[in-house]
Write a protein of this length. Structure first.
Length: 395
């Protein structure tokens, strides 16, 4: 292997620069630990942005991938494949939804959900031109459609004009949603727990209120569970805590535990709104990625991951609460399960950098002032204790 400095220089020559990366090259992982190219061990509280739910190098998961790699990787959606049927069944069972479409990413799951909303309204009204309500400070992805519903001017501005007919309400402010509804509105889209925007869970009142508004005005409720879903909140899907159910939901990130797979799921009218020819993907739902998702879903159930998340999540909650009490620079603490955020009175970039480079702790931020704690879901109390020690040392 090239030495690290050379490798990083080479990377900067080769890779399109849309990221400012940290000067670390990870080489392998095990459980909740990552190891860099020089063999240094890191404690990981980022999980590759909430992806590695089962942690690194899980033997049962790796075995399933190897077996499928030696059997069949891809056939296209012109044919059926068994792993997609198996993974689909498990996902429907876990969510209570009726139909699933597999995508290659979270962004594409959002694209599909938006198309369902438009198609559903078109079927009903016989014409297009419908509007969608999304939330300020949301994040749904970087493609032009997903960017259009991402409530962040900074991300949107250079790429305007985006999709017309998108209106932004204030998350957790029911009146702000009400005020935007008109006869053209066909759907409301939101994250159940806002992730990139700073770890804001929907309030009970808000999500129930939005569900009622959707029922009353014939709008679809689309919940983005790409980050907060797959056990991270202590529930398989974060909306299950509230006793509401979406018409359409999106999943990705932890669904594949590292292989690129997402999905959109739908129920009732939304489950039959799109018809043959309306949507497609070459890779989406291929046997390889579906074998991965199928194994992830099997292991989640077998190991009762949600119960573990609830237990360790409340331990992390106590510890971070204490942390906020002990430090004047920490001003708020929010989240659920193993998706928690601590807000500081200043940008957290320096803390995150110091944690990584001086204390071998992988942390990620959410927005500029929030540190987001989204570790692999298999962490232990000892890992939480060690993380806090490293965090203290990074201040
Ligand atoms: C990460 C994320 C996305 C986009 O998913 P990609 O797999 O990066 O395309 C969409 N919505 C939410 C809530 C996310 O956290």
């Amino acid at each position: 292997m090239q030495n690290k400095t050379e490798a990083i220089q080479k990377a900067e020559q080769v890779l399109y620069k849309t990221y400012n990366r940290f000067p670390v090259i990870f080489d392998h992982g095990d459980g909740v630990h990552l190891y860099d190219s020089e063999g240094t061990e890191y404690l990981d509280f980022g999980a590759g942005i909430a992806v590695m739910g089962l942690g690194y190098n899980d033997p049962e998961y790796a075995e399933a991938l190897t077996a499928q790699a030696g059997k069949l990787l891809h056939t296209s959606n012109l044919f059926y494949n068994q792993p997609a049927i198996d993974a689909g069944q498990k996902l429907l069972k876990a969510s209570g939804m009726e139909k699933v479409f597999f995508t290659n990413s979270g962004t594409e799951a959002i694209e599909g959900a938006l198309k369902i909303a438009k198609r559903h309204a078109f079927n009903r009204d016989g014409h297009g031109g419908h509007e969608i309500i999304a939330m300020k400070h949301s994040f749904h992805g970087r493609s032009l459609g997903a960017l259009s519903v991402t409530g962040n001017d900074h991300y949107q501005e250079p790429f305007a004009p985006l999709l017309p007919g998108i209106r932004f309400a204030q998350f957790n402010n029911l009146n702000s949603v009400k005020e935007l509804i008109n006869e053209k509105t066909c759907a409301v889209l939101m994250e159940t727990i806002q992730g990139e925007g700073g770890i804001y869970p929907a309030t009970d009142e808000f999500i129930k209120g939005v569900r009622e508004l959707c029922d009353k005005h014939g709008m679809l409720l689309i919940l983005d569970e790409i980050q907060c879903g797959m056990g991270r909140s202590g529930y398989m899907f974060a909306w299950q805590k509230y006793g509401v159910k979406p018409d359409v939901m999106t999943v990705a990130k932890a669904l594949g535990n590292g292989v690129p797979i997402g999905a959109f799921l739908a129920q009732r009218e939304a489950a039959v709104a799109m018809r043959p020819g309306d949507h497609g993907t070459t890779y989406g739902g291929n046997p390889f990625v579906c074998a991965a998702a199928d194994k992830v879903l099997e292991l989640f159930e077998k190991r009762n991951i949600t119960a573990h998340v609830t237990e360790i999540g409340s331990y992390l909650w106590e510890k971070l609460d204490q942390f906020v009490k002990d430090h004047a620079c920490a001003v708020d603490h929010r989240g659920a399960g193993l998706m928690q955020g601590v807000e500081f009175d200043r940008p957290v970039g320096e803390i995150v950098k110091k944690a990584l480079l001086e204390n071998q702790l992988v942390l990620i931020s959410a927005g500029s002032n929030v540190i987001r704690f989204v570790p692999p879901l298999v962490i232990s109390r000892e890992d939480v204790d060690l993380m806090l020690e490293k965090l203290e040392n990074s201040l």
